[in-house]
Design a protein around this ligand. Structure first.
Ligand code: GLN
Length: 486
């Protein structure tokens, strides 16, 4: 197979045996980006010089016998929400269009230390608010399977880049589904770790109690390889948890006999696309054939998840985004006649429509008099949703659902109706509210050739079980080997 289409595992064997060099691989990926990035627009910035320089360093190390490990010399993408020292980091926003941070995010630092080579910063919805990447100030990303359709969001650039083989993996963030839903739309693997499993240091904050970074990859094994490198506590993020990190790859033994799989009836509702439902049910039958037991479960508060998320996430966002005031960093409009005028005009010009909508909703929900009615109530619902999962996980080891109620929709289809857009997160949001790990993997295609995603949720800090089940499913099917016709 041609170089760009390999998985990390396959490529790493060639790199380790010195059959290809990091410089050669990086050049091949940059050439491919030159060829098709114009159609996909998966990147906000391409780091040509930096990545070639890093690849030379990697090459020197490998040729002098210092091979670090599986990611050594592997070109990856990074969602433009992770800060990188001296490298423009925009978060998809005009307000940070020319912002070059003075340090690396912990995830990025750990990936670099493992020898990975960052070829570019991936496109995203502004401040990770969105489900289609149409909210990027830099223009939308297109789905490599059908260029008229969205790649999902908010990590749409990351998902499209991996799917179109414009990098071997990327890292994204997931606050309400932003790793899993784009992975599903683009036919790849996306893993949202347990809240606290991965450091949020240097990840630009959207909703701090929900945000979590994770890998987007071609296969489940590659996701495990990435997580191995960047999971684990970090003194720079007090919400990261210092518990031991297992070797995720060693758990991928294909053996899933006896694992109890819960199927929540609330996730197979009216309105879900018929082909999505069929593919997911077929996937559940297959894991049953592989020795899992299947049990119908109930998560009774599911229907309130979207409403409570769309109070909690905007509330936290309204507070987090207060720092973009034209004073400390980012955009400042010229010629203002007072401080207040400068604040107003900077924020009015710097933020896009969806970000403004969230700031207004959040500010309203947190204001005196409305706090109890909205924010506090949403937090209480959040607790009920968390308890639903705690009950369910007394009986089952993992939960299987569709990732999204439908396959990728058309560009422009939902932009006029924010509610419609918010509803596409219905199956991914509960997992964030409960802080659980979840993975999306491909499980089929619609009749018009669009990927369908299966979601597997697990107990807190039990990434290894969802990875194991996902991997067993993957090796008994060939969905993850399919590449878009681009
Ligand atoms: N689509 C959801 C939103 O718009 C989730 C975004 C995310 O996970 N970052 O908020």
């Amino acid at each position: 197979m041609e170089l760009p289409f390999l998985t990390i595992r396959e490529l790493s064997l060639l790199l380790k045996r010195k059959e290809v060099s990091p410089v050669e691989v990086t050049k091949t990926i940059l050439d491919r980006i030159d060829g098709i990035e114009g159609k996909v627009h998966a990147y906000i910035s391409i780091l040509r010089e930096e990545s070639l320089k890093a690849s030379k360093r990697a090459e020197e190390l490998i040729s002098s016998g210092d091979y670090i490990g599986t990611l050594h010399g592997v070109p990856i993408g990074v969602k433009d929400i992770f800060v990188m020292k001296g490298t423009r980091t925009t978060c998809g926003s005009k307000i940070l269009e020319n912002f070059a941070p003075p340090y690396d995010a912990t995830i990025v630092e750990r990936l670099k230390n493992a020898g990975a080579i960052v070829v570019g910063k991936n496109n995203m919805d502004e401040f990770a608010m969105g489900s289609s990447t149409e909210n990027s100030y830099f223009g939308p990303t297109r789905n490599p399977w059908d260029l008229e359709r969205v790649p999902g969001g908010s990590s749409g650039g990351s998902a499209a880049a991996v799917s179109a083989s414009l990098c071997f993996a990327s890292i994204g963030t997931d606050t309400g589904g932003s790793i899993r839903q784009p992975a599903a739309f683009c036919g790849i693997t996306g893993l949202k770790p347990t809240y606290g499993r991965v450091s949020r240091f240097g990840m630009i904050a959207f909703a701090s109690s929900l945000d979590q970074g994770g890998p987007l990859t071609k296969t489940v094994e590659d996701a495990a390889l990435m997580l191995n490198v960047f999971a684990g506590g970090d003194n720079k993020d007090s919400t990261s948890v210092h518990v031991p990190v297992p070797d995720y790859v060693s758990h991928l033994n294909g053996e899933i006999k006896g694992i109890r799989v819960g199927v929540p009836k609330e996730y197979f509702i009216k309105g879900i696309d018929f082909e999505v439902e069929k593919a997911v049910k077929k996937a559940i039958e297959l894991v049953e054939d592989l020795g899992c037991s299947i049990e119908e479960i109930t998560l009774p508060h599911t229907e309130y998840a979207v409403s409570s998320y769309y109070i909690i996430a905007p509330s936290e966002a309204s507070s987090n985004l207060a720092r973009y005031d034209g004073v400390r960093y980012g955009l400042r409009v010229p010629d203002s006649n007072s401080l207040r005028d400068m604040y107003n005009r900077t924020r009015a010009e710097g933020f896009g429509a969806e970000v403004k909508r969230r700031i207004m909703i959040g500010t309203y929900a947190l204001s005196a008099g409305y706090y109890d009615a909205y924010y506090l109530k949403a937090q209480r619902v959040r607790t009920l949703i968390k308890r639903d999962f705690e009950e369910a996980f007394k009986k089952v080891d993992v939960i299987m659902t569709p990732t999204s109620p439908e396959a990728a929709f058309k560009i422009g289809e939902k932009t006029d109706d924010p509610l419609k857009m918010y509803l596409s997160d219905i199956f991914t949001i509960p997992c964030n509210l409960a802080g659980l790990p979840g993975i999306a993997i491909p499980c089929g295609f619609t009749s018009n050739g669009l990927p369908i995603g299966l979601q597997i949720l697990g107990k807190p800090f039990d990434e290894e079980t969802i990875l194991r089940v996902a991997h067993a499913y993957e090796i008994h099917t060939n969905w993850s080997e399919k590449r878009p016709p681009i």
